[in-house]
Design a protein around this ligand. Structure first.
Ligand SMILES: [Zn+2]
Length: 280
């Protein structure tokens, strides 16, 4: 089953999904999902950039820039942890680093985004926790759409461009666009905290929450999903607008759609946020 996948085969697979130089895509990718890639993550990046006009990825730095909530700062329905004392908070703040454009992408977001950052001329937004990077025709326009108070702005801009979500060997649990649909409906809007300078921290609104049950959207999206195998990688392409409209429809019909039932999970807090909107 597992063979070696080449850059040409990846490009061919992307082309068979309908992608071309007019396409703008938000890519969520697992390098391992391909099996072995000849040329490694650089080859995946070259195939993406050689096929699509604009490639965007999440390039968050949460593990390096994030800090706990300070002692006593408890927002309602926020599901976050506080430092046990100011001494503990100051120690966490000391250990964190402020965002700079040359910070590596957090490893849990995948190796491909980090290789894109290292090896290719890109634009990168500057959100302290949740930056995006983009390469190609519309890169600057997408990246400039991020605001400190609205981190998923680049996905709004991608939707306006008629862009697509490309899932390479990952599920909808990685599909950040579903969070945008939630946030537009007042759900999954959390406050989180980051170091922004030596001894200085900030509270950042509208940071999205849990996604661990997002694969429940799969059957609903199947009619509008293009799918192909590239080596062992299951590659799926869906228009951003289709993801947004489908997730919106599900959440409007059921405030608890795509959330788990654990009241202590961030899902429970997200549900409460939506219910508060419905109560007006
Ligand atoms: Zn949950």
């Amino acid at each position: 089953m597992t063979g070696v996948v080449t850059e040409a085969e990846i490009a061919e697979g992307l082309g068979s999904l309908g992608l071309d130089s007019t396409s703008s895509v938000l890519v969520h990718a697992s390098l391992r999902s391909f099996g072995r890639v000849e040329g490694g993550p650089e080859a995946v990046c070259r195939a993406l950039l050689g096929t699509c006009g604009t490639v965007m990825m999440v390039s968050g730095t949460w593990e390096q820039t994030g800090v706990p909530a300070p002692p006593g700062l408890v927002r309602p329905q926020n599901t976050y942890y506080n430092a046990a004392s100011w001494a503990a908070f100051d120690e966490e703040l000391e250990n964190a680093v402020p965002f700079t454009p040359d910070l590596p992408v957090d490893p849990w977001l995948g190796r491909i985004a980090e290789v894109m950052r290292l090896g290719f001329a890109h634009e990168r937004s500057t959100h302290p926790l949740f930056s995006f990077l983009a390469v190609g025709t519309h890169a600057r326009q997408l990246i400039e759409a991020q605001r400190l108070e609205w981190p998923l702005g680049p996905i709004d801009a991608l939707a306006e461009l008629g862009g697509h979500v490309l899932l390479l060997g990952v599920g909808h649990t990685s599909n950040t666009t579903i969070h945008l649909a939630e946030q537009r409906l007042g759900r999954s809007r959390f406050y989180r905290y980051a170091k922004v300078a030596p001894q200085a921290w900030a509270e950042l609104p509208n940071v999205s929450g849990a996604s661990h049950t997002f694969d429940e959207i799969e059957p609903e999206l199947r009619p509008v999903t293009a799918e192909v195998r590239i080596g062992d990688c299951r590659a799926r392409l869906i228009a951003v607008e289709d993801v947004l409209s489908c997730a919106t429809r599900l959440i409007v019909a059921d405030p608890a759609a795509l959330l788990c039932e654990d009241r202590d999970c961030r899902c429970g807090a997200a549900l409460e946020q939506r219910l508060a909107v419905l109560r007006g």
